[in-house]
Design a protein. Structure first.
Length: 210
C-alpha cells in the first residue's frame, strides 16, 4: 500500500525532529567540552544542556563516548573547512587562520590533549588531528620545505611544534601575549624552521667545520 501524503509528511517531520534533537545533543556536548574536562562531563549534564531527558541522549548515542566522538567529528569538519581557506605559500595568512581557530577552541584542545590517557577510544582522534595538522603544514609550507624525505620530515615536525596548540597556550594564556603578538611569534618560529631546513648540510648540528 502506498503511503498517503499526510503519512509521508508525518514521517518526514518525525525524522527532521529526531535529527534536530540529535544536533542539539551534539552542540550541547561541544559547549560543555569547551568549558570543562571530558571526564567531568556527565550524560545528565549533556541532557540538561540540550534540553532533553537523560534517556533521550541514550536513545540517540548509547553512551557519553559516542556523543563525544560525534561532537569531535563535527569539530573536525569545522576545522578542516576553516583551514581550507588558507592558501599554500601565504604563511602569514595561514598562521592567522590557525590562531583564530585556537582562539575559539584552543583551550579545550589543550585540555583534551593533556588528558588523552583518560579519553578512551577518543584518544585516537587526537592522533588523527595531529596527522591532519601535519598534512596541512606540508601543504602551506611546501614551497620552502626540503626535498630530501628525512629532512622534510624533521622540518614538518619542527613546524608542528612551532604551531601546536600548546605553543599557542604558552604564548596566549601563560605569557598573556596579544593575539597579534602570538601570530608574529609563530610566524617567526616557522620562518626559523624553514631557514634552517634549507641550509647546506655542512651547517647542520654535528657537522665538522673547517
Amino acid at each position: 500500500m502506498k503511503s498517503t501524503p499526510r503519512r509521508t509528511y508525518a514521517m518526514g517531520a518525525r525524522a527532521d525532529g529526531m535529527a534536530a534533537t540529535r544536533d542539539r545533543i551534539v552542540q550541547a556536548m561541544l559547549r560543555l567540552a569547551l568549558e570543562q574536562a571530558y571526564e567531568d562531563i556527565t550524560l545528565a549534564a549533556i541532557a540538561e544542556a540540550a534540553g532533553v531527558s537523560h534517556q533521550t541522549v541514550l536513545n540517540h548515542f548509547e553512551s557519553k563516548e559516542k556523543v563525544g566522538a560525534t561532537a569531535a567529528e563535527v569539530l573536525s569538519r569545522q576545522t578542516e573547512t576553516n583551514r581550507d581557506q588558507a592558501k599554500a605559500g601565504d604563511h602569514a595568512g595561514a598562521i592567522a587562520i590557525l590562531v583564530g581557530e585556537y582562539e575559539r577552541f584552543g583551550d579545550a584542545g589543550a585540555r583534551w590533549a593533556a588528558t588523552s590517557e583518560r579519553l578512551g577510544s577518543l584518544a585516537a582522534m587526537l592522533d588523527e588531528a595531529r596527522a591532519k595538522h601535519q598534512a596541512w603544514l606540508e601543504r602551506i609550507f611546501s614551497s620552502r620545505l626540503p626535498k630530501a624525505p628525512e629532512s622534510r620530515r624533521r622540518a614538518i615536525h619542527a613546524l608542528h611544534a612551532a604551531t601546536d596548540v600548546y605553543t599557542w597556550k604558552l604564548l596566549r594564556r601563560d605569557l598573556r601575549l596579544s593575539r597579534a603578538e602570538v601570530e608574529r611569534i609563530m610566524l617567526d618560529l616557522a620562518d626559523g624552521v624553514l631557514a634552517r631546513s634549507t641550509r647546506r648540510p655542512s651547517t647542520q648540528p654535528g657537522s665538522r667545520h673547517r
